[in-house]
Design a protein around this ligand. Structure first.
Ligand SMILES: [Zn+2]
Ligand SMILES: [Zn+2]
Length: 334
């Protein structure tokens, strides 16, 4: 997989214009990469992944990773496009400047929030710049935001001006229309014409984060912040359960963790560096999906090195698994 997915040309461009796609706006951890500490307090030898940030432009550097976020470019049957954003974190403005411009994304129609952590909601302060002019001028035409009551309460406490009804002329605040969703696989909701099934997962014990299953034709599951996949969620996305996934987008935060269940995130390789063992523990094999892309990586992951390792594993197991990278665009029939 090459960094900075390029736009198709000619006939492919016309076909792409009438297709749905997924744009990986961010594939990094909460702190985003490069990790500033590696640059202002460099270790000896210096961190190679973060050091690249000084020598390679971000659009050619797959190790430059913003907060995890996915943009769904949903093409309806009548060739109209709706843009659905999952998670809007601390680095949202940078992601807009880089990837909305590169992929010619004009605006956002609806937003789905996974949980209330800073790397998933703080970008709400900059959403007004991606609101279409219709949305901005018409109080009745607001950007729909889907979130749990828990996240709603948290956002309302931190940003009370988002939930006040009357905005004044010139307010640099998005006009948002909040809809409460349930952490329940049996309570799907529709965002910009596309149905989403909530996928509750543990994000550290005692904290539930939502992933989402979507797509009528291709089945896609997005799990961005997860330490443990709950049984009902696993059933919903398993070949042996509700149906085989075409694509699983799954968090893999650490390369060398202890995998003891105390972390808030998933780990790629256990202390014994047995990828096979760990991917088993992630349930990738149990879920039996057609393809997986990993997101949420910290600076232990060197994109090309880890993808070579994953390519070997994929050939052995027959399940394609690769690290995604910021700016990656995948055309998919939703
Ligand atoms: Zn580093
Ligand atoms: Zn989180």
């Amino acid at each position: 997989m090459e960094p900075a997915a390029t736009d198709p040309t000619g006939d492919a461009l016309a076909a792409a214009a009438a297709a749905s796609s997924l744009v990986f706006l961010g594939t990094g951890c909460s702190g985003a990469l490069p990790d500033a500490r590696c640059l202002i307090q460099p270790s000896a030898p210096p961190c190679t992944v973060c050091s690249q940030a000084l020598s390679l432009p971000p659009d050619r550097n797959p190790n430059y990773r913003c907060n995890t976020s996915l943009l769904i470019d949903y093409c309806h049957d009548n060739d109209t496009h709706k843009y659905i954003l999952i998670a809007v974190g601390k680095t949202f403005r940078e992601q807009v400047l880089r990837w909305f411009v590169h992929h010619k994304v004009p605006s956002v129609d609806s937003i789905i929030l996974t949980h209330d952590h800073a790397d998933a909601v703080l970008g709400l302060v900059d959403v007004w710049v991606v609101q279409s002019s219709n949305h901005r001028n018409d109080v009745d035409d607001q950007v729909a935001v889907f979130l749990t009551q828990f996240t709603m309460d948290s956002v309302a406490a931190r940003f009370p001006y988002f939930v006040k009804r009357e905005l004044e002329e010139g307010d640099e605040t998005a006009r948002l229309d909040w809809t409460i969703i349930e952490s329940d696989v049996n309570k799907p909701f529709v965002s910009s014409g596309l149905e989403f099934v909530p996928l509750p997962v543990m994000h550290g014990e005692g904290y539930v984060c939502l992933g989402f299953l979507f797509g009528r034709k291709a089945r896609v599951a997005y799990l961005s912040d997860v330490s443990r996949i709950l049984p009902r969620t696993e059933h919903t996305i398993s070949k042996s359960g509700a149906g085989q996934l075409d694509l699983l987008i799954l968090e893999t935060n650490q390369l060398h963790g202890v995998g003891n269940g105390r972390s808030c995130h998933l780990t790629l390789s256990e202390v014994n560096s047995s990828l096979d063992l760990t991917l088993n523990s992630y349930a990738i094999k149990r879920i039996c999906l057609k393809k997986a892309l990993l997101i949420g990586m910290n600076h232990e992951f060197e994109h090309h090195r880890e993808n070579r390792m994953l390519t070997e594993w994929s050939h052995r197991e027959g399940i394609p698994v690769q690290l995604a990278h910021d700016g990656l665009r995948i055309f998919i029939d939703l």
